[in-house]
Design a binder for this molecule. Structure first.
Ligand SMILES: *Cc1c(COP(=O)(O)O)cnc(C)c1O
Length: 425
């Protein structure tokens, strides 16, 4: 193609007046009722739960739909899992207009596959796609397709408690040209991967290293969207943290110069939202997570934990596993490294934990932070240590983890958060 700005000879898309190249109303919407199904002739054996490694074993089938600027969305196709074939000039390889979601399907005691608050994943994916100018899609159509895939692959959902079928809906830009502009072609696919228990040998608290020289997200940036491009720049800092003996990075954002630890805002832990539990003077517990200021991914698990903490009182017992008289107060407020260090010194920092779909809730045992030492070139790493609890989880993390999992698996009802895959979307 001589001119990279003219996608596939489509006059409409090349019109400089057309601010939104998806505005034509003759484009086909994503339509779940048009799905075609080609079943595999060689179904794979289901690996035993002990052999499952997160995201490594895939189910038998995948779902694929394509978007092109002349026709809109193709009829979705369910077919045997296998490689994709793409033009090497596709924008996904060059400029990364790629978005994804992370969801799980759970088996209830009735043997029925369920999803957890899936409409929130669909809405978030819609926002992510819009952020990188990918074509819009109907969230209810995508949800119907996901349910269809889960029902088709239901034999892959592990039965054991705490296990699930991980679902990865993805949209990538496939505009086959090198011009630096929005992708007017896209490929949507859904793949599924069975997940064993997150902790093979029982929950173990993780360690985090706060890094200052690499930033995951910043005001006006893309940290609040689930875009592929947010993750690769975290791999090298993650390696460095591992070399220093920490399992994940505690992502910080430095606000203002010369403010020391006061200026270091805590944002997220690895690819999880971050919470702390702080004891107040009156003995109540503050459960604190940073606010959604654009640098934080708006996690469903974060939202669910906040909602449950807000709903809990000693009489409502939204968190039945909390000791009876415990009062908890949810806060979305700025959290700095200085806060962590101060609460630790005062003996008030009771718990820290990460939350996200894959782990649900993971306790944090140690948080390293770097300080400059007079006369030394290298920064020194100091640790904030969390109390050790039997079984790994502190009381709030444990109560949240147990409650969220029991709602996800349909063993408890809460606000219609758990949705059967057999229900119409
Ligand atoms: C996906 C993700 C989370 C967790 O979101 P959930 O909706 O709870 O799974 C948190 N932080 C980052 C950076 C993420 O990508």
């Amino acid at each position: 193609m001589a001119n990279g700005a003219v996608p596939n000879g489509s006059a409409k898309a090349a019109d400089p007046e057309a601010t939104n190249h998806f505005s034509a109303n003759n484009l086909a919407p994503l339509d779940a009722s048009k799905v075609t199904v080609t079943l595999t002739k060689s179904p794979k054996p289901i690996p035993p739960v002990e052999e499952l490694v997160f995201g490594q074993q895939m189910t038998d089938h995948m779902l694929v739909a394509t978007f092109d600027p002349a026709h809109g969305w193709s009829a979705p196709e369910i077919k045997p899992y296998g490689p994709l074939s793409l033009d090497p000039a596709s924008s996904c390889f060059q400029y990364c207009p790629n978005v994804f979601e992370g969801m799980k399907a759970y088996l209830g005691p009735d043997g029925e596959p369920r999803l957890f608050r899936p409409e929130l994943n669909m809405a978030r994916m819609q926002r992510s796609a819009a952020r990188v100018a990918l074509p819009p899609f109907s969230p209810s159509a995508l949800l119907a397709l996901i349910k269809r895939m889960v029902l088709l692959e239901r034999r892959w959902i592990p039965r054991a408690r705490g296990c699930a079928l991980y679902i990865r809906p993805t949209i990538i830009g496939t505009r086959p040209a090198l011009g630096v502009s929005a992708s007017d072609h896209a490929l949507l696919y859904i793949i599924l991967s069975p997940m064993g228990p997150y902790f093979r040998t029982g929950p173990k608290p993780i360690s985090l290293l706060g890094v200052c020289d690499a930033v995951r997200a910043w005001p006006g940036g893309t940290g609040g969207y689930k875009l592929g491009l947010n993750y690769a720049p975290g791999f090298e800092p993650q390696k460095r943290a591992a070399q220093k003996g920490y399992m994940q990075v505690l992502w910080l954002f430095k606000e203002g110069e010369g403010r020391g630890l006061e200026g270091l805002k805590v944002t997220e832990a690895g690819a999880m939202n971050f919470f702390v539990v702080v004891k107040r003077a009156d003995g109540d517990l503050d459960v604190i997570t940073p606010p959604l200021d654009g640098t934080i991914l708006p996690g469903l698990t974060r939202d669910s934990c906040l909602a449950l903490v807000r709903a809990h009182t000693p009489s409502t017992r939204a968190l039945p596993a909390l000791p009876p008289a415990t009062r908890v107060h949810a806060h979305e407020r700025t959290l700095t490294v200085a806060d962590l260090v101060r609460w630790y010194a005062e003996g008030r920092l009771l718990e820290a934990f990460g939350v996200g779909t894959a782990v649900v809730v993971v306790p944090v045992g140690r948080i390293g932070y770097e300080v400059e030492v007079a006369g030394k070139e290298e920064k020194e790493v100091r640790d904030v240590l969390l109390p050790e609890y039997e079984g790994g989880y502190g009381p709030v993390a444990r109560a949240l983890w147990e409650r969220v999992v029991e709602i996800q698996e349909g063993r408890a009802e809460w606000e219609r958060w758990s949705v059967s895959c057999e229900e119409e979307a």
